[in-house]
Design a protein around this ligand. Structure first.
Ligand code: NAP
Length: 232
């Protein structure tokens, strides 16, 4: 059987780099993407020296031209795509009130955390539909869970709640094709975004995304943490 092929966004560091590593260790061919070519190439070289079947493609998830090039290049170079992991994300909030948040902060956060995954899913859906076990995994956050929402970090919360809505919409739109779409929360993870006090390692943070992408989960349109369904 041909190995599965996956795209991971924001693969140059943090959880995206570790998702790429864990997918590679499972025998998946991983197209690691990053907006900064130098950093992306460095991360790719690191996993290559670990003996993994990895490739690099430049991708800024906020740049339409960059997104448009991806499906054509993937089709030409790899022929097929099984997995899309929308991992790239930003956290720009520095004001903890919706009343004085700068709209530009909201716009930038939505561009990266929601519209990027939306455009990638739209443009890669035709390739994923041809795959026998197509999967989209959206790396979301408990800070997007309506059940737990409060008044803090408004731009990030808005974006991750919207990303969860995107998951439900995509799951429904792709249900008949067999492509399964789920959100996951990695927990609070020690990365540049999570900071050094976070209790979880990147290995723990990446695990559920990799399980959703490759395991026999058989469920779509849901939200997971630690391989268990959680509330929206
Ligand atoms: N860490 C946590 O505790 C935590 C908790 C819940 C959810 N998450 C989510 O997990 C995901 C990964 O977070 P992380 O902790 O690994 O964060 P991170 O260390 O800050 O890494 C973020 C990644 O996203 C990339 N990125 C940002 N904007 C991009 C763009 N326009 N195009 C392409 N790539 C872009 C970054 O690239 P550059 O290096 O070029 O900036 C970097 O590779 C995010 O979606 C985040 O919201 C994290």
């Amino acid at each position: 059987m041909n190995p599965k092929t996956a795209i991971v966004t924001g693969a140059n560091r943090g959880i995206g780099l570790e998702i790429s590593r864990q997918l590679g260790q499972l025998g998946v061919k991983v197209i690691m993407t990053a907006r900064n070519e130098e950093k992306g190439e460095a991360a790719y070289s690191q996993l290559k020296t670990e003996g993994l079947d990895v490739h690099f493609h430049a991708l800024d998830v906020t740049n339409e031209e960059s997104i448009q090039m991806l499906p054509r290049d993937v089709k030409e170079q790899f022929g097929a795509l099984n997995i899309l992991i929308n991992n790239a994300g930003i956290f720009l909030d520095d004001k903890n009130s919706i009343l004085d948040i700068d709209l530009d902060t909201v716009r930038k956060t939505m561009e990266t955390n929601v519209y990027g995954p939306l455009r990638l899913s739209q443009l890669l859906a035709p390739l994923l539909k041809k795959s026998e076990a197509g999967r989209i995994v959206n790396v979301s956050s408990g800070m997007g869970a309506i059940e737990d929402l409060g008044g803090w970090d408004p731009a990030y919360s808005l974006s991750k709640t919207a990303l969860n809505v995107l998951t439900i919409q995509l799951a429904d739109a792709l249900r008949d094709s067999g492509v399964m779409v789920n959100s996951m929360c990695p927990g609070w993870v020690r990365t540049d975004m999570g900071g050094s006090s976070a209790p979880r390692s990147v290995e723990e943070g990446a695990d559920t995304a990799v399980w959703l992408a490759t395991g026999e989960v058989g469920r779509t349109g849901l939200f997971f943490r630690d391989r268990k369904e959680i509330s929206w």
